[in-house]
Design a protein around this ligand. Sequence first.
Ligand SMILES: NC(=O)c1ccc[n+]([C@@H]2O[C@H](COP(=O)([O-])OP(=O)(O)OC[C@H]3O[C@@H](n4cnc5c(N)ncnc54)[C@H](OP(=O)(O)O)[C@@H]3O)[C@@H](O)[C@H]2O)c1
Length: 205
Amino acid sequence: MKIAILGTGNMGAGLARRLAGKRGLILASRNDDAAKSIASELGAKSASISAAIAEAEIVVLALPYASALELAGSAALDGKIVIDITNPLKPDFSGLLFANDTSAAEEIQHRAKGAKVVKAFNTIFASLFAAPVEQTMGIPVFLAGDDDAVEVSAALVQDAGFAIEKTGSLDAARLLEPLGMLNIRLGFALGRGTGIAPQWASIAG
Ligand SMILES: NC(=O)c1ccc[n+]([C@@H]2O[C@H](COP(=O)([O-])OP(=O)(O)OC[C@H]3O[C@@H](n4cnc5c(N)ncnc54)[C@H](OP(=O)(O)O)[C@@H]3O)[C@@H](O)[C@H]2O)c1
């Protein structure tokens, strides 16, 4: 399955580096030169946003939430698995745009009705993509969405060098986005840095 990564900033480029050579990647950005340059470095393809979407079965929205939402309402995403990695922050970064009655992932799904939206990677700081895979393979990427789309996304997570933590249907994004916000708070406001990630523990038995 081909993967279109839309957005070549910290997250898009980082994920592309982890998947390069393992998956058929098509990189796209509003800045064609940025996509071309990263694609040629990685031996991947680049294309316009619409051409990348048309060619791929999986579309990763590595964009700010507002841009991802806008694109979800206008792009031809029917039948695609759409991976939403966004943390829908308020403009002043003081918190999330939503209370607990919806989520970025559900809003994107609402706009892109024919797509299968999966929430993933929102608790993974971009700097983790640059770490050796041995350091991240035990770190979970939390996934929410319908079962089939989550299975496909879980394989991508594994290829990207992370562990899989399924959280159920897409409404679990209402819980994952605050978890992303907590990670940001710990990382930035409380000084833990961007090498951290949440992980569930359990005692034996
Ligand atoms: N950074 C993290 O550690 C982290 C962790 C978890 C989740 N996230 C989420 O991941 C998403 C991307 O974050 P990031 O750190 O990669 O951001 P970033 O470095 O600012 O990159 C954003 C990318 O989106 C592109 N873009 C912005 N508006 C666009 C539009 N209207 N149409 C097309 N492309 C557009 C930018 O293009 P230009 O280069 O032309 O501006 C850039 O390629 C965000 O939603 C963020 O909340 C980030």
